[in-house]
Each structure stands twice: as C-alpha cells, then as structure tokens.
Design a protein around this ligand. Structure first.
Ligand SMILES: Cc1ncc(COP(=O)(O)O)c(C=O)c1O
Length: 404
C-alpha cells in the first residue's frame, strides 16, 4: 500500500490558475493523436468506427426530430430511456428501478458527480495502483489522500490488501473498482474477490463505485454479474453508451442506492441542468429494437480484434514479457522486464516504429510508479493493422533487449 496527498501545483498561488490544478493528460494527447500516414494506434479507448451504428442512430434521430416536440426543449429525464437502461442492467445481473437511474453526460460526469457527492476536501479514496486517469481527474479537486492496492493480473484488485487497510482504520469516501474489464489492466475481478469486496463495503460502511463502462463488452463464455448485483445498498454503478454506441453521445448513467438519488439529482442539475433531450430520445429509440443484435455484432467485432492482438503478442513479443488476456473491454496490459523504461519505449515506438501506445505510468494513481508497463488497445484498429503494429513493437523490443 502507498499513500500520497495529491500535491498542490506550483502555480496554485496564481489567481488565474484553475482551482483543481488539473492538467490535460498525456494519455488524451496520445489517445487522440491525429491520423498520420503509416501511424498505427493502439493507444486510445475509441470504439472502432465501423462498429458505431451510424445508420440506425441517424434513423432514430430523424424519427425523433420529425415526431417529438420535446426533442429540442428542456425537459425531465426521458422515462423510456431509463426503462431501457433498467432492461440493460438485467443483462449485468442487476435489478433496479427507473427512479434509481440518473442520466449523466457520460461515465466521466457520473464519476465527477459521485466524487462531489461523497468526497470531502482532504478525504481518502481507495483505488488500484494503476487506475483509469479520468477517476484521478474527478477526485483531484478535493486533494484527497489516495490509498492504493495492487492489481493481480489474474484476479484483479487485491482485496486482502484492501481489507488490511480498512481494518487498520482507513476510511475512504469510496473504493473505485472496475470489475469488468479493467482499464488499463485488461483483467476481470475474480468471483471470490467480488464477494470479498462487497462484504468489505458492508462491514466497514464504505461505498464501492463500480465503473462498468466495459461491462457489456465481454467476449468469452460466462460473463460475471456486476458488483452491483451483489449489493444494491453499497455499490454505486456507473454505466455509459460511449463504448457500446458512440462516445459523442456523451450519455451515461448512475444506478444509485435510493438514499443518494435526490442529492445526486441536485448536483447533476447544478452541473449542466440535464443531458440533451434529443440524444436521450434518440438513444431510447435505438434501444427499443434490435439492440441485443447490435451488442452481439460489436462483441464479435471486438472479439476478433482481441484475438488478433493476443495471437500477435504470442508471435512477435519476446518470451520474457507478460501480458493479460482480457475477457472483455478494450485493453491488454503488458509487463516488460524491469530494466525497460515503458515511457521511453512509447516515445521510440512513435518515432521509430510508427505505433502509438500508452505507457503504464500514465495510469499511476501515485507517483513515482514503476515504469515497465504498456497499455495496448485493440479497439480502434482492424485485426490486420493490430498484427502489423504488434510486429513492429516486437522488433523494437527485441532491439531494446539486445542493446540493454
Ligand atoms: C474506465 C472508464 N471510465 C469512464 C470513461 C469515460 O467514459 P465516457 O465517455 O462515458 O465519459 C472511460 C473512457 O474511456 C473509461 O475507460
């Protein structure tokens, strides 16, 4: 375990500086690199363009605009959309009611609202050593003490370490967890670990914020129910349409314990009043028919990409390198020999191999962190591009290992 308090930035005394000290993350820079001839990107968490249901969404928009007077107005959250979300949640093993569903501008706003709701300035947050950078950004304004636990590359978050921390008196405002499938580590939380984590939440009265942004994207038999299915009182669920329809919708949701619904609603209103009525209605229409087929189609598309990545890693990466076998989501995590600096390797990959990847250090919850990891995304490239990119990276790695 390690603990830090997020540092006050050097420019904090400057009245013009943002209060949170947030900086634009290097990850977003790399993930959103503009297309360049010959550059292949395994960097971003962007859905594959061909798996975005453009035609169906355009038709839904047209129908809504033609027939629904409320589509361009202010309004209450769309009840049909919340009902459709309740149905989707059943696929995740979660029973809930429409009134527990709060619509948000993507999962990112859901995380920010939860931080605002639960975290007092200087409070604690418990997360894994490598964490989705957006969570860090969401909690940063509160300058929290970040408590971390390691991630086991087979079973996910180290629950024993979390138990030791809590039993030792730590009282985080919440535990942040991605059970299915982890960004950045590409690992799924084991069944035992899930019940262990839910039991910890109940025993110590600490909420779990379950980020299930990738939960509906599973590629193998036997997906596990979401954590929220284990405990509706202590687990706050975060979902999004970004990965299963399109990020540009900026539409996500929270499933909240009933006691938190009113306060969260007030915070959402204060943040941006409401999500776009047009988008809500068009998405509700899209979910109404054939969405199960759409999910199967995109799962098949990402499964092919995931398989291409794993096969290429086996073919092209040197033997002393380890990587995760993601059962879902968009990412695999590569553990390099300790003497290889992942940050440097990523710069070389961009300059010499024309492959964009994200160094593991970009996801460090606390600095300084080990730098011998890479995150590879299989989402945006076609399978043959993935193979080419991994072959290029493999050759670069062989050279680095040969020359120390
Ligand atoms: C784990 C995780 N949570 C949240 C988000 C934010 O997603 P959204 O586009 O729904 O705000 C992302 C986006 O990449 C993510 O990977």
């Amino acid at each position: 375990m390690s603990t830090t308090t997020l540092e006050r930035p050097e420019h904090a005394a400057d009245a013009a500086a943002p209060r949170s000290g947030c900086t634009r993350s290097r990850l977003r820079e790399l993930a959103l690199l503009p297309a360049r001839p010959g550059l292949l990107s395994l960097a971003g968490g962007l859905p594959a363009p061909e798996l975005i249901p453009r035609g169906a969404y355009a038709a839904a928009l047209r129908e809504v605009l033609a027939g629904d007077d409320g589509a361009l107005q202010y309004g209450q959250p769309s009840e049909p959309l919340r009902e459709r979300i309740v149905e989707l949640m059943r696929e995740r093993g979660v029973g809930c009611e429409p009134r527990q569903v709060l619509l948000t501008s993507g999962a990112q706003q859901a995380l920010s609202l939860v931080a605002q709701l639960l975290l007092a300035p200087g409070g604690q947050v418990l997360m894994e050593e490598h964490v989705y950078t957006g969570l860090r950004q969401a909690v940063l304004p509160y300058r929290p003490a970040i408590l971390t636990v390691p991630t086991d590359l087979d079973t996910g978050m180290d629950i024993d370490r979390a138990r030791t921390l809590l039993a030792g008196g730590a009282r985080p405002a919440f535990v942040y967890a991605i059970a299915d499938t982890h960004n950045p580590c590409g690992v799924r939380l084991g069944r035992e670990q899930r019940s262990g984590l839910a039991a910890l939440a109940r025993r110590f009265g600490v909420p779990i914020v379950e980020d299930d942004s990738y939960g509906l994207l599973h590629y193998d038999r036997g997906p596990l129910p979401a954590l929220r299915a284990l405990d509706p009182e202590w687990v706050i669920y975060v979902g999004t349409f970004s990965k299963i329809i399109a990020p540009a919708l900026r539409l996500g949701w929270l499933v909240l314990p009933t006691r938190l619904v009113p306060a969260a609603g007030v915070l959402k209103e204060a943040a941006d009043l409401e999500c776009s009525a047009l988008t809500q209605r068009a998405v509700a229409r899209l979910l109404q028919e054939g969405f199960a087929n759409h999910l199967e189609r995109i799962r098949a598309g990402y499964r092919r990409r995931r398989n291409a990545l794993l096969a290429a890693l086996g073919d092209h990466f040197p033997g002393n390198i380890r990587w995760t076998h993601p059962p879902g989501g968009f990412f695999a995590w590569v553990e390099l020999p300790r003497r290889i600096d992942g940050d440097r390797l990523c710069e070389e990959a961009l300059a010499e191999a024309r492959v964009a990847v994200i160094p593991g250090s970009a996801f460090a919850a606390n600095a300084p962190a080990p730098t011998n990891h890479l995150r590879l995304s299989f989402a945006s490239c076609a399978p043959d591009e993935i193979r080419t990119a991994v072959a290029r990276l493999g050759r670069l790695l062989e050279r680095r290992l040969a020359h120390g």
